[in-house]
Structure formats: structure tokens, C-alpha cells
Design a protein around this ligand. Structure first.
Ligand code: AMP
Ligand code: ZN
Ligand code: FE
Ligand code: FE
Length: 270
């Protein structure tokens, strides 16, 4: 029985609502699911309520913080967080406000560059969720300004491109401390995607308690390497699909990666 520990909802840049993720996870015969939206806890109450309808189904409230270390992105997952904790609410609201302001600035840049796009259109896509570049990319594709979101990053939205704007970023230490204060477990997300100049061990030593060994973008060799690190440093082994919007035969690819219930129990009993 598998648990997918990394899924994004409409609370950040995923396409399914938190309740839809729970329903799908049950339908796909998963034992449980963690919702881990970027820098927000907004979807977690809805998911927790939906999960109550299913007996023996495990819902893990999570978050995925984007942090910056040595000028590179480092994503840190937090599991079993108390999403009503005032500290995590204040912090995530601050990050969300910054994302809104930054989204506005990206749209202003695009307008200056001659694109026909408004911030109101972005808000109609995000529907109250945090504003991310993927939303803007999707809108640009819909308007015919690119074939894929990837392409809009390469031409406009990516770092160093004409419509790029930095956003406020936490340090890994700040994210880890916010997760621990909210009684959560800090886990290093998809270490296989880290910039090669970053040493995984440096991040682990900042107080990380788990490592995402299995991930849809990891090679088998990545997983083997991180499993060894998990054993050496006594870390929780996690895994997940990082589902945003990819479907296969009309089914979301939730559960394409994950961990077994037994693996989690072993950790939880410690
Ligand atoms: P943001 O958090 O608004 O800076 O956007 C970052 C998100 O954009 C990442 O979490 C990815 O999901 C997505 N992303 C980053 N680079 C690319 C790319 N080259 N093509 C498509 N999506 C990307
Ligand atoms: Zn994302
Ligand atoms: Fe990530
Ligand atoms: Fe993610």
C-alpha cells in the first residue's frame, strides 16, 4: 500500500482542488496522500475535511517551502505540520503577499514588452491561490504566446529572461525552523534536482530529518544514492510524484511515486 507524499493542489500551482486530490488518491487505491503546496497551507483544511469521509485513509498535511542557498533553489518539505499554527500562517501570508506583488510586476514587464495580458486574468487563473510563474506561463500559452509553459520560461519568465522578477526567498534554516515550530518534520525535497554545486550533506546538517528518495524526476541511481544517505544519517525516507497537472489515460499521475505504509510506520514509531 502506497502513500504519495508530494502533491500540489490549486492552493499553489496544481490543477486539482485539495478535495479532488483526496478523492483521486482513494480511487487510485493509495493508502494515503500528502498535500505539499508551495509556501502555503491554504488547501490543508479542505483536504483534511475531505479525507474524514474515508476510513483508513491517511492524509498528511504538508508544505513545500522554496528556499535559496548559494544562489540556488532548495525545496524543503514539511510533514505533519500544524497548519493552524500562527507562526506558519503569518509566514506563509507574507510570502503570498510578496508573490502577488511580484506577479503584478511580471505582468507590468510583459505589458511593456508588448504582450496583451492583465493581472486580473492571472487572478482568474489562480482563484485565490498563490501566484506563480507557471500560472502566467499557462496564460501566455492560452493566448498563443508560446507552445508550452516551458517555452514561456525560456523566452520570458525564466531567470535572466526579460520578464523575470526575483521573489522573496527564505533560507533553508528559516524554513526548517518554521516547520519545526509548527510541530512538523523537515524533509529535503527532490535532492536529485539540486544544483550540482550544492552538497546535500550541507543542507542535511541544517536540521533536516528526512529525504525525498523517490521522486518522479529522479533517476534510479539518484534514489540509490539518497537511500544510502538516508541510512547513514538516520533520515526518514519519503517519496512522491510531485503531481501538478500531468494525466495519463485521463487519470492524474498521483501515486506514480511514493513510499509504503510500513516504511512510514517504522519512522513514526521512533
Ligand atoms: P515561481 O515559484 O513562481 O518562481 O515558479 C517556479 C515554478 O515554476 C517551479 O516550481 C516549477 O514548477 C516551474 N518551473 C520552473 N522552471 C520551469 C521551466 N523551465 N518550465 C516550466 N516550468 C518551470
Ligand atoms: Zn509547483
Ligand atoms: Fe519542488
Ligand atoms: Fe513540488
Amino acid at each position: 500500500m502506497r502513500i504519495d507524499m508530494h502533491v500540489h493542489s490549486t492552493a499553489s500551482d496544481g490543477v486539482l482542488k485539495p478535495s479532488e486530490i483526496i478523492d483521486w488518491a482513494v480511487q487510485l487505491r493509495l493508502k494515503g496522500v500528502a498535500i505539499t503546496d508551495h509556501d502555503t497551507v491554504d488547501g490543508l483544511e479542505e483536504a483534511a475535511q475531505s479525507a474524514k469521509a474515508y476510513k483508513d485513509f491517511l492524509f498528511i498535511p504538508g508544505i513545500e517551502f522554496s528556499t535559496q542557498f548559494m544562489d540556488h533553489e532548495v525545496h524543503i518539505l514539511g510533514y505533519w505540520i500544524d497548519y493552524k499554527d500562527p507562526g506558519i500562517i503569518t509566514l506563509t501570508e507574507k510570502i503570498k503577499d510578496d508573490r502577488t506583488q511580484r506577479g503584478r510586476r511580471i505582468i507590468e514587464k510583459l505589458k511593456e514588452l508588448g504582450y496583451n495580458i492583465t493581472f486580473e486574468e492571472v487572478l482568474s487563473v489562480t482563484k485565490g491561490g498563490a501566484v506563480g510563474r507557471p500560472h502566467i506561463g499557462r496564460l501566455l500559452v492560452d493566448k498563443g504566446y508560446g507552445r508550452t509553459i516551458q517555452e514561456t520560461f525560456e523566452t520570458m519568465l525564466g531567470k535572466g529572461k526579460p520578464a523575470y522578477i526575483e521573489r522573496f526567498k527564505l533560507s533553508p534554516e528559516e524554513a526548517i525552523s518554521a516547520i519545526i515550530k509548527a510541530k512538523g518534520v523537515p524533509v529535503l525535497a527532490h535532492p536529485g534536482l539540486l544544483n550540482k554545486r550544492i552538497d546535500v550533506i550541507d543542507i542535511i546538517q541544517k536540521g533536516i530529518k528526512g529525504i525525498e528518495v523517490y521522486h518522479s524526476k529522479h533517476e534510479k541511481s539518484d534514489s540509490r544514492r539518497f537511500l544510502k544517505i538516508a541510512r547513514n544519517y538516520d533520515l526518514l525516507v519519503t517519496g512522491g510524484s510531485d503531481f501538478h497537472d500531468s494525466f495519463a489515460s485521463k487519470r492524474p499521475t498521483i501515486g506514480s511515486e511514493g513510499v509504503s505504509v510500513d516504511e512510514l510506520h517504522e519512522f513514526l514509531n521512533k
